[in-house]
Design a protein around this ligand. Structure first.
Ligand code: NAP
Length: 263
């Protein structure tokens, strides 16, 4: 794939053992990337994703580690680099929903720390550390250009009062995209926000009936179907292939048109 950096085609995808991260890992492997498949605890699932990537002719390694933990973040980057080489694509995908969906008047500080620590502090500081390394690799001509993708959510701008912590984590992450995009643009590192809507994964499995109703009966999505991990993977792939190199900082909704205001 000519648009993938000819010097390095190594990607780290956080939370790639299942769901959207898996969909992203497979699509960017199809675009020519070798992939570090990060996971939190589900090693077997990560190993299976790696096997799928290898059948596509690319290298893949499972890399365990909690993105909410500073020591783990360093180890994830070290392990990816030592096993595959310098990273030219970081995809910040891993994230969690609150363990309990609680009204904003009742939700706990513990849940806030858990969700914000994983969904916002984790990718923010992983990106800080990865970007520093990318700059060094660029200076040493180990990579030519680099790209960083954040998987946020339509929850970055949609108020769900039964998961305020999640919405805040995604709104904060949306600003992290703008900050890193502005800081890294002149250095040839593009930074992008992908905003998924309602995607069928384990995360949404518990609320299937609710979303079925909203999509089929209430018509909340202009494109009347669930999104898939592949839908998100294809958007990340376009970024990974360099199709948006002059568009750093953009937001790409993958949401069946949810963001449209229709009268
Ligand atoms: P999922 O099915 O629950 O999968 C989550 C993935 O993240 C798994 O691979 C999991 O690893 C990993 N993970 C969880 N916590 C982690 C941590 N602390 N460190 C490292 N990895 C961790 O979730 P999903 O639906 O694919 O969501 C992926 C991302 O998209 C999340 O950021 C989510 O907020 C966002 N998103 C999802 C939707 C949706 O409708 N599904 C919509 C908008 C945005 P293990 O397998 O080891 O547990």
């Amino acid at each position: 794939m000519s648009t993938v950096d000819e010097k390095s085609h190594v990607a780290l995808v956080t939370g790639a053992s299942r769901g959207i991260g898996r969909g992203i890992a497979l699509e960017i492997a199809r675009a020519g990337y070798d992939v570090a498949v990060n996971y939190a605890s589900n090693r077997q699932a990560a190993v299976e994703v790696c096997a799928e990537i290898e059948t596509l002719g690319r290298r893949a390694v499972p890399v365990g580690g909690n993105i909410g933990d500073a020591t783990d973040r360093t180890r994830i980057l070290d392990e990816t680099t030592s096993k595959l080489g310098p990273i030219s694509l970081l995809v910040n995908n891993a994230g969690i929903a609150p363990r309990v969906r609680a009204d904003i008047l009742d939700a706990t500080e513990e849940s806030f720390d858990d969700v914000v620590g994983t969904n916002l502090r984790g990718p923010y500081f992983l990106t800080q550390q990865c970007a520093r390394r990318m700059l060094e690799w660029k200076r040493a001509s180990d990579i030519k250009r680099a790209r960083i993708v954040f998987i946020t959510s339509m929850s970055a701008y949609t108020a769900s009062t039964n998961r305020g912590d999640y919405c805040i984590s995604k709104a904060g992450l949306s600003m992290a995209v703008k900050l890193f995009a502005a800081r890294l643009a002149a250095d040839g590192i593009g930074v992008y926000e992908i905003q998924p809507g309602i995607i069928r994964t384990d995360m949404t499995a518990k609320v299937t009936e609710k979303y079925d109703r909203l999509i089929n009966d209430d018509g909340i999505l202009p494109v009347p179907r669930w999104g898939t991990p592949e839908d998100v993977g294809l958007a990340v792939r376009a970024v990974a292939e360099g199709r948006f190199d002059y568009s750093t900082g953009i937001v790409i909704p993958v949401d069946g048109g949810f963001h449209l205001r229709v009268l």
